[in-house]
Design a protein around this ligand. Structure first.
Ligand SMILES: Cc1cc2nc3c(=O)[nH]c(=O)nc-3n(C[C@H](O)[C@H](O)[C@H](O)COP(=O)(O)O)c2cc1C
Length: 366
């Protein structure tokens, strides 16, 4: 089991921050699916936090269904990161994470993110100020972690040395996205290189990250690197049930079953409903229009559904599209993924299907 400082997680699998996607509705969706040890907010700007801008308050939202909640902050040595970390604790964060990996110009050219990999000395001092402030404020209850890449470029693979320095000043765990900043998201993640960080910091957990999209990838990245936790980002956007499947693999040696198409549609419907609950119908519709192509990647020939969602002008229209699709696949799903609210929706008609036909359709979608 993964323990981050004083915080014991039920699962070593973490949902990565993905700006624009991992809002509270999506985090709760993944948690409901099972297997998630912790989930993080998108990166939050420390100055915007202290100004309590509407957007940042929105991004920092958490509640009792979203626990343990990690809040990720970004900034540089000139920014009020220690104060922002205290604000985050006071607003529900059980883990504070410092972003040291964002490659996007807006962040990395001036304010932080990957820029912190270019000056390990300064970054360590900054991290110490944050750790000290949070430790004092919480009496050591809330750990501070760092999420980094391997380095700015292959000539500067600083992750092992930086992780060591951070562990020495009290950082409780490091997550390593096994790419360099200059790669952005190209090429593939170097899971072996995470092992160099594991060797450098045997005293704190290392969480491996990058290109984990299947349950088997979780065991592979752990075996290859020796990391004790695994963080999943884009894989979760298309398969929020991946954590449950992978946790089952870790617990039993066999991956949990891939949900059938009907059960996948239940998850999509639940996402839509959670988005409405937290953000209202208009934003829920916008979010689903953006997200449906991620889901579509694992559903086979669902182009008409994706098109209809994209063209839907109201929340009700989008929901009707999904319910109509769902009605075709009512009977042969795994009960483990039944989501009671959607499943008991009286609007879902039951249609009998030939089992073999359905099985073939689902398999052809994998
Ligand atoms: C659109 C997008 C937004 C991201 N936003 C963040 C972010 O806010 N904070 C962060 O630490 N990483 C962010 N990342 C990086 C992911 O957390 C993760 O490290 C990366 O995608 C590799 O993991 P994956 O292959 O499982 O997606 C983002 C990635 C993407 C594709």
């Amino acid at each position: 089991m993964l323990r981050i400082g004083p915080v014991q997680l039920d699962s070593p699998l973490l949902l990565a921050p993905i700006a624009g996607h991992t809002d509270i509705a999506f985090r709760i969706l993944c948690r409901e699916q099972g297997g998630v040890g912790a989930a993080y907010t998108d990166l939050l700007n420390s100055r915007a936090i202290l100004k309590e801008t509407e957007r940042t308050l929105d991004l920092a939202r958490t509640n009792e269904f979203d626990q343990p909640a990690g809040m990720q902050l970004y900034g540089n040595s000139d920014d009020p990161l220690p104060e922002a970390a205290i604000w985050a604790v006071d607003h529900g964060a059980k883990i504070i994470d410092i972003n040291m990996g964002c490659p996007v110009d807006k962040v990395a050219k001036k304010s932080g993110g990957s820029l912190l990999l270019r000056d390990c000395g300064n970054t360590t001092m900054l991290a110490k100020r944050i750790v000290d402030a949070v430790t004092r404020h919480t009496n050591g209850r809330v750990p501070v972690t760092a999420k980094m890449r391997l380095g700015w470029d292959p000539e500067h693979k600083v992750a092992p040395i930086l992780a060591r320095a951070l562990a020495d000043i009290g950082i409780a765990a490091v997550t390593v996205h096994a790419r360099y900043t200059v790669q952005f998201f190209s090429g593939s993640a170097d899971w072996n290189a995470i092992g160099e960080v594991v060797e450098a910091v045997p005293d704190i957990p290392v969480i491996g990250n990058g290109d984990v999209t299947l349950p088997e990838h979780v065991t592979k990245i752990m075996q290859m690197s020796g990391c004790t936790g695994v963080m999943i980002g884009r894989g979760a956007l298309r398969t929020p049930w991946l954590f449950r499947q992978a946790k089952t693999l870790l617990d039993t040696g066999t991956a949990g079953p891939e949900p059938l198409l009907g059960a996948k549609l239940d998850v999509v419907l639940r996402h839509l409903d959670l988005s409405k609950e937290y953000d209202g119908e208009e934003r829920a519709l916008t979010r689903m229009r953006q997200h449906i192509s991620w889901y579509g990647k694992t559903m086979g020939h669902v182009k008409p559904i994706k098109e209809s969602i994209r063209l839907a002008t109201t929340f009700d229209d989008a929901k009707a599209v999904l319910l109509a699709a769902r009605a075709e696949f009512t009977d042969f799903d795994f009960p483990a993924v039944a989501l009671s609210r959607t499943r008991h929706d009286p609007h879902i008609p039951t249609v009998q299907h030939d089992f073999l036909d359905l099985t073939c359709r689902n398999q052809s979608s994998e």
